[in-house]
Ligand binder design. Structure first.
Ligand SMILES: [Mn+2]
Length: 300
């Protein structure tokens, strides 16, 4: 059975702006079971919530103190069962399915990346046109890893049971994943190197075309960004997205289709300075503002 424990409010908002009537709901999940290199993602959600209280509410990209207009309700931290990875996934899917969020934007804070398919599973049931957009260093397309199909290294492979996947910023994968991605029509990978060398950013046009009119689940693995931006993560990889490249990418995603939910995963606060947690918190807020602007909740 999942257990909930109290947490602080995202952005340190006051009671009036964090009531359940808010347009965005934040679900922190303290899940870590299959980490393969450095651990610590269990505390990622808490670190993002703590750091978020220091983020300025004014976002220059939308020109206002955005959260005060739409409101953000923060749920207590979900601790799924650690009986087995499969049981943890079932817990998370059940918890998300039980949330009354049909008209809201769900923001999930992890936790390890393995939790993403469990959330997608719950949401895909109500969004048959759902597409998953992944920002990540790793393809996460292995069919099984360390003896479980529910490893963080299999996160996108499991998402494919519910929706097609577009991976961005990818720069670490094995032969099995390369072969699988080439053979599957449901997977599109846009490599970090391709993005880096495409000075005209043509990949954004390709992305906009694919996302037009669709419901989107965006999953942000913090290792998609360069370690110079976020180093506190279990498996950091050189050559990642810059802060501004990432913001441009997210703006393009949010303005192309309708982002119904997104997550931010794999922050391992023990392995870096506060800068990483703060960057993750600010990225979550700025992403939420783009989602809300696309929904008409903020001025253009
Ligand atoms: Mn990753």
């Amino acid at each position: 059975m999942p257990e909930y424990r109290p947490a602080g409010r995202f952005l340190g908002l006051d009671e009036a702006h964090s009531a359940p009537s808010a347009a965005a709901w934040v679900l922190p999940i303290a899940y870590e079971m299959t980490t393969s290199y450095s651990g610590g993602t269990k505390n990622g959600a808490l670190a993002i919530l703590d750091a978020s209280a220091q983020v300025e509410l004014y976002d220059s990209a939308v020109g206002c103190e955005a959260a005060l207009r739409y409101g953000v309700h923060t749920l207590p931290i979900l601790h799924p069962t650690l009986e087995s990875p499969a049981a943890a996934m079932a817990d998370i899917t059940a918890a998300v399915s039980a949330l009354p969020i049909a008209e809201k934007v769900l923001v999930t804070l992890g936790g390890e990346h393995a939790l993403t398919p469990a959330v997608v599973r719950a949401l895909a049931a109500h969004h048959p046109d759902l597409i998953v957009v992944q920002i990540d260093a790793h393809a996460d397309l292995r069919d099984s890893f360390d003896g479980t199909p529910h490893s963080h290294a299999c996160a996108m492979r499991r998402c494919l049971d519910y929706a097609p996947v577009i991976g961005l910023g990818i720069r670490s994968l094995c032969q099995e994943e390369v072969d699988f991605a080439r053979s599957s029509e449901r997977v599109t990978l846009i490599a970090a190197e391709q993005m880096h060398t495409d000075s005209q950013r043509r990949y954004l046009d390709q992305l906009r075309e694919r996302l037009k009119g669709r419901s989107i689940y965006l999953t942000i693995d913090v290792d998609g960004l360069d370690p110079s931006v976020i180093s506190a993560t279990g498996t950091p990889e050189p050559g990642g997205l810059s802060w501004y490249d990432c913001l441009t990418l997210i703006e393009a995603i949010c303005s192309s289709g309708q982002v119904i939910a997104f997550d931010c995963v794999e922050l391992a606060p023990a392995y870096g300075a506060q800068a990483s947690a703060f960057a993750a918190a600010k990225l979550v807020y700025k992403t939420l503002n783009q989602v809300m602007r696309a929904r008409g909740a903020l001025p253009r």
